[in-house]
Design a protein around this ligand. Structure first.
Ligand SMILES: [Zn+2]
Length: 324
């Protein structure tokens, strides 16, 4: 059986019903067994020593207190209401929280704290990193946990005000909802994830790959695009392929999906069969697009061409096609 796509399946119980028990949530924040995943301005805290693979750096409640300067019960309620703590779920009965430390100007200074040293976090090799730059080198469960923490904090940072009336919002349900503070409005806002389709188009012999001008030199990938309102996923696949390459697709088969919190997408992967073969590349969308045989793709190694990063569903779509 194939493993889930990277960033999916964090291996924990989300325990959604517990989010509505504020007393239980506050007690878990103070629980020495709880685990905190710091997020600083969309970056995650990792430890990476030379020659080794990175690991996630997580905090205990003592370390959290040292970082944010003490934790009283009232303080916890206020920080929960601001969305600085988000309950992520339970792993072996231990509560996991995302912790927003974005307000701290120089977060690495906090690593000099003795409480952090006591939590096993030494200064050496610790840094805030963009999860994308780790490209799947973290253990899968850690990758999924950090991705979720990052996604939740991104959502909070962009929903401090009500989209209906403009009044400030406050976080409820342990960080899984924000409510407008204007009693006349009272609108509820929920974390969003934006569906995007990503598809490998093949003509039976060859696969259609393209490159965007922002890609690293030499890299070719599958086509992709956001689903628009009023579209089915199949419609979105056909439209994106037509817009970018003028290819008409016939059969569209679902493959798998991947959370892609950069910043807030859910990638829905498909294999699609082309009904036409002549390419007209839209230069606004793609710098180049071509048909490649499986032999050509396998021969990429060392030629200056490259496939998408190993943690991506686009890579998975290509590799699964190559295998068949
Ligand atoms: Zn409002």
């Amino acid at each position: 059986m194939r493993p889930p796509n990277y960033y999916a399946h964090p291996g924990f119980e989300r325990a959604g019903l517990r989010r509505r028990e504020p007393d239980w949530i506050r007690a878990r924040v103070l629980d020495p067994a709880s685990v905190f995943v710091p997020v600083w301005r969309s970056q995650n805290l990792v430890i990476e020593v030379e020659g080794g693979e990175p690991i996630a750096a997580v905090l205990t409640v003592d370390a959290v207190g040292a970082v944010i300067g003490g934790l009283s019960d009232g303080d916890i309620a206020e920080r929960l209401a601001r969305g600085e703590f988000v309950f992520l779920g339970l792993i072996d009965e231990r509560a996991n929280f995302a912790l927003d430390v974005s307000a701290i100007e120089a977060p690495l200074d906090m690593l000099r704290s003795p409480a952090l040293a006591a939590a096993g976090i030494a200064e050496a090799g610790v840094r805030f990193a963009d999860l994308r730059q780790l490209a799947g080198r973290l253990d899968r469960r850690e990758g999924a946990l950090l991705a979720l923490a990052r996604a939740m904090m991104f959502w909070h940072s962009r929903h401090r005000f009500c989209g209906l009336c403009g009044a400030p919002t406050r976080s409820e349900e342990a960080g899984h909802m924000r409510r407008c503070t204007d009693p006349g409005c009272n609108a509820m806002h929920f974390p969003r994830t934006d569906p995007a389709v990503i598809m490998l188009v093949t003509d039976g012999e060859r696969a259609l790959l393209g490159r965007n001008k922002n890609f690293v030199p030499g890299m070719y990938s599958t086509l992709a695009g956001f689903v628009e309102p009023g579209e089915s996923l199949e419609d979105a696949v056909a439209r994106e392929v037509r817009e970018e390459t003028a290819i008409e697709v016939g059969a569209v088969h679902y493959h798998s999906s991947q959370p892609w919190p950069f910043p807030a997408s859910l990638m829905l992967g498909f294999h699609a069969t082309a009904r036409t073969r002549a390419l007209t590349i839209d230069p606004e969308e793609l710098e180049d697009g071509r048909w490649f045989s499986a032999t050509e793709i396998r021969g990429f190694a060392g030629t200056g061409f490259s496939l998408p990063r190993p943690d991506s569903i686009s890579r998975r779509l290509i590799e699964d096609w190559l295998r068949n």
